[in-house]
Ligand binder design. Structure first.
Ligand code: FES
Length: 336
């Protein structure tokens, strides 16, 4: 091999290395951008997410479930007082972060927003996950850090504005003029992108909402009745007819306020299962096909026993005794 050919090959390798280094963050940026846009539309198109307190898969119910276990539980009061506002704010926040990241528009601000969202989710939804690396919000928080530090200088609106500023500088345009032009054009792009996102998100939330999770379980929704119990505490009952074999009815534990599913896995066999996931405190969906599903991290529990079918949860759902009393089912104490 001649020295000239060797030099040219080495030069080619150097160029490849430089190119790879320059664009090293593009795959991460693409992944985070797409994921946040997807997550936003997933929320806006899910009727459970924006449903009220009665729906265990709603933002309200999930927030209430994690409140007791979160180190920032004390600050979740406003989210519980105005759940629809905060649920929509989070979804549109994710959409703004995702679009800003994908288009590289104000990339550092978008990355800061993404990091803030994942920090909040880590401190609430993922806080009690053990070991910590099984939760996904902490890795997402870390994934935002490189974009926060480096911004989005390539294949981006930011990159275009920066290159144009360089050209203006070379032409002798004042720094003030360059800054004003960049801020104005960035603002116009943000309004255009934000407007498109707002329109698409609003249309999705208005016309595209479906009940697509397992909460469409074969559960009846009877009105539980409360009466004075033998021990002096409130006793909760439902009509036995509202709990068919394989179905469930939803009541509240009068002591804790937690939702309990009364189930009849086999004819004549009744028990209650807490809806509070033992992994990190999210509310599990109503039983379906013999299982209870936790929408937070995907744990599944046996609807007959509460046992874990698959994690990350490792402990079974707390069980309650249920006694048939004529045509009524009485919720008893939680079993040790
Ligand atoms: Fe994580 Fe239920 S809270 S699987």
């Amino acid at each position: 091999m001649t020295a000239g050919l060797r030099d040219s090959q080495q030069g080619g390798v150097e160029v490849l290395r430089e190119t790879a280094t320059r664009y090293a963050l593009l795959p991460l940026r693409l992944f985070l951008g797409v994921t946040f846009v997807y997550a936003a539309f997933d929320k806006l198109s899910d009727a459970h997410y924006l449903a009220g307190a009665a729906d265990q898969a709603s933002f309200y119910a999930q927030t209430k479930a994690v409140k007791a276990h979160s180190p920032i539980g004390w600050g979740l009061g406003p989210a519980l007082d105005h759940p629809t506002f905060f649920a929509v704010l989070i979804a549109f926040g994710e959409l703004a972060v995702g679009l800003g990241t994908l288009f590289g528009l104000w990339g550092r601000i978008a990355a800061a927003g993404g990091a803030l969202l994942n920090l909040t989710l880590w401190l609430t939804v993922s806080w009690n996950i053990s070991p910590y690396y099984l939760g996904n919000d902490l890795p997402y928080l870390m994934a935002w850090t490189p974009l926060l530090l480096a911004g989005t200088p390539y294949f981006s609106v930011d990159g275009y504005l920066a290159r144009r500023a360089q050209r203006d500088r070379a032409r002798g345009v004042s720094e003030q003029g360059i800054r004003r032009r960049s801020v104005m054009d960035g603002g116009i792009a943000a309004v255009a992108l934000g407007g498109a996102g707002l329109l698409a998100g609003s249309l999705t939330a208005t016309f595209g909402r479906t009940r697509k999770t397992t909460a469409t379980a074969p559960s009846a929704a009877p009105q539980p009745t409360a009466a004075s119990g033998g021990s002096g505490g409130a006793k909760v009952s439902v009509a036995a007819a509202s709990v068919p074999v394989g179905g469930s009815a939803q009541v509240k534990d009068p002591a804790s306020g937690d939702v309990v599913y009364i189930v009849q896995p086999k004819a004549g066999q009744y028990c209650g299962l807490s809806s509070v996931c033992t992994h990190s405190g999210c509310a599990v969906d109503a039983p379906k096909d013999g299982k209870l599903y936790c929408p937070c991290h995907g744990s599944r529990f046996d609807a007959a026993t509460g046992a874990v079918i698959n994690g990350p949860a490792t402990k079974p759902l707390p069980k309650y005794t249920v006694t048939k009393n004529g045509d009524q089912l009485d919720l008893g104490a939680q079993q040790a």
